[in-house]
Design a protein around this ligand. Structure first.
Ligand code: MG
Length: 226
């Protein structure tokens, strides 16, 4: 852990959503569980860079539609009803904002779900990937890719620029190796409770602080609030 007096004042914290703000590893996986499908094959191919985000989303939607077609927005929304916030998520966001910290969510998860978490936690900004619905509110065949899971750094840079924040005051928090793309030059990154073997290995290799367990409050000692 860095010496607290050496680290710059924290002015911006960017959170991954799945596995960090919420106690569910993937908002895509939640929908697979709902429809009884399994896309782990494509997940591995995606992590290896063999298929794009758009191809990955399309393959997810195809699998669900093979089970049920049409699929309506309400049903997707209801599939998330059992997902809980991570312990301490509310308290951490409140603590940060009461100290003047800008709080954002940068997620490659499902927008339908991430937007409800963003509203619940009253974060300052958020972005996620997601769905397109037809006029009758049924799910279309294509996903929307607003950011690449492995290219979250571009979004972090944009957020900092839009809000006149210095990169040195930014801390990103994520649970997977793809989140390391948020660790833009000059900023800091905290690994939160990695669960996949590949994430644990990537965090071990990176020069970052890592906290374990499912309580988001564990990140607070690694920040410098005013
Ligand atoms: Mg995650």
């Amino acid at each position: 852990m860095s010496n607290a007096s050496e680290i710059p004042l924290t002015k911006c914290v960017v959170f991954d959503c799945d596995g960090v703000l919420v106690d569910a590893v993937s908002s895509w996986r939640t929908l697979h569980d709902h429809f009884g499908t399994d896309n782990s094959l494509h997940l591995q191919r995606f992590i290896r860079g063999e298929i794009t985000d758009v191809e990955f989303m399309r393959s997810d939607i195809q699998m669900w539609k093979a089970v049920q077609d049409p699929i309506y927005r309400d049903e997707l929304f209801r599939a998330y009803s059992g997902v809980k916030l991570m312990d301490g998520a509310r308290e951490v966001v409140e603590e940060l904002q009461s100290n003047g910290v800008f709080v954002a969510i940068v997620s490659a998860g499902v927008d339908l779900f991430v937007s409800s978490i963003a509203a619940m936690l009253k974060v300052d900004d958020w972005i996620a990937n997601g769905f397109v619905f037809n006029d009758d509110d049924s799910l279309s065949d294509e996903g929307v890719c607003r950011l690449h899971a492995t290219g979250k750094g571009d979004v972090v840079h944009r957020l900092l620029q839009m809000n006149n924040l210095e990169v040195e005051t930014c801390v990103s928090v994520g649970d997977s190796e793809m989140d390391l793309s948020m660790h833009v030059d000059g900023s800091r990154f905290i690994g939160f409770n990695p669960t996949r073997d590949s994430s644990i290995a990537a965090f071990n290799d990176a020069d970052i602080d890592v906290v374990h367990g499912k309580d988001l409050r564990a990140i607070l000692p690694f920040l410098r609030l005013q």
